[in-house]
Design a protein around this ligand. Structure first.
Ligand SMILES: NC(=O)C1=CN([C@@H]2O[C@H](COP(=O)(O)OP(=O)(O)OC[C@H]3O[C@@H](n4cnc5c(N)ncnc54)[C@H](OP(=O)(O)O)[C@@H]3O)[C@@H](O)[C@H]2O)C=CC1
Ligand SMILES: O=C(O)[C@@H]1CCC=N1
Length: 276
């Protein structure tokens, strides 16, 4: 499924987002942009300042996780991994077979989530990413033991409205953290470095930023279209004896390919540590 026609205006479940930080906020923004009714959502945070922008958008806000969970059909856990188990313990009395818990926490396993949510509570482990904020998130899902097909489809419908979804076995979740969860940071790092390169060569910074943004956007569109593998797309840019070949030699000399792969592995390893 894709985000081509995001429309959640008829989505009926009541949703609680526990944790109004970067990721909870990104998902919430994506859902509201897809016309999910603000009245069907409640968002919580321990810091009230983080809730003010949501209240201004018509979303119910609270510092009470237990009360927010009591009225919800779907509960998003959007707190840091080390807080997730304690938060589940706090709200467990309000969870039941009729409540679906969707965890966005890196590394935290289904076994931990199900153990703290309580017997029979349906859980989905998700690795999201921040482009959800602009409706282009990547969400990698693993349903837990008590999450049936209908519930999984409901989560897919919600998340497809703010990006794309893949369902994987749990053993691939840490690799998903390493690739798509952390991935936006790698690409923002590359974007930042390219802009500096353009500035060094005399381009005004705002123009260098526009050139890089459109180059990344267009290149991403070609990769996503999938007509050719990225290696072929790179060859098509690389004229014999030309400027791109000279540039790629510099990247190879710096082992950039090796370091990007190693970065994915480092994030994957750290994700597993966060859940331990
Ligand atoms: N940021 C990202 O790109 C990604 C994040 N994730 C996952 O998303 C989760 C959230 O990360 P992120 O949004 O970056 O973190 P943030 O720190 O930005 O957001 C977490 C929010 O939860 C609040 N909070 C802490 N404890 C509680 C509580 N008991 N009840 C309610 N709210 C609470 C925090 O408040 P305060 O700041 O005051 O402590 C903070 O506002 C993490 O588990 C992370 O692994 C997954 C993929 C990508
Ligand atoms: O850095 C982190 O731990 C989180 C998970 C993936 C992206 N951000």
């Amino acid at each position: 499924m894709t985000s081509d026609t995001p429309d959640l205006s008829t989505f009926e479940a009541r949703i609680a987002v526990l944790g109004a930080g970067m990721m909870g906020g990104a998902v919430l923004s994506g859902l509201l942009a897809a016309d999910l009714s603000a009245e069907s959502v409640i968002v919580t945070n321990i810091d009230e300042d983080a809730l003010r922008p949501w209240a201004e958008r018509g979303v119910q806000t609270s510092d009470d996780n237990v009360a927010a969970t009591r009225d919800a059909d779907i509960v998003f856990l959007a707190v840091k991994p080390h807080v997730a188990a304690d938060l589940l313990d706090e709200i467990a009395a309000e969870l039941s077979e009729d409540t679906l818990v969707v965890s966005l926490a890196a590394g935290v396993t289904l076994s931990t989530l199900e153990g703290h949510a309580g017997a029979g509570v349906p859980v989905v482990r998700v690795m999201p990413n921040t482009p959800a904020l602009v409706g282009e998130g990547m969400f990698v899902l693993t349903p837990g033991e008590h999450c049936g097909k209908d519930r999984l489809e409901a989560v897919e419908q919600l998340l497809n409205a703010c990006g794309r979804t893949e369902v994987v076995p749990e053993r691939l979740q840490d690799a998903a953290t390493g690739l798509s969860g952390s991935g936006p940071a790698y690409l923002f790092y590359v974007a930042d470095a390219l802009i500096e390169g353009g500035v060094l060569e005399g381009l005004p910074r705002p123009m260098a930023t526009r050139l890089v943004a459109q180059t990344l956007f267009g290149s991403a569109a070609m990769v996503r279209q999938g007509d050719e593998p990225p290696a072929t797309l790179r060859e098509q840019v690389t004229s014999p004896g030309g400027s791109t070949a000279a540039a790629l030699r510099v990247l190879d000399a710096g082992a950039v390919r090796h370091h990007l792969g190693a970065a994915v592995s480092a994030s994957t390893k750290r994700s597993a540590e966060l859940g331990a």
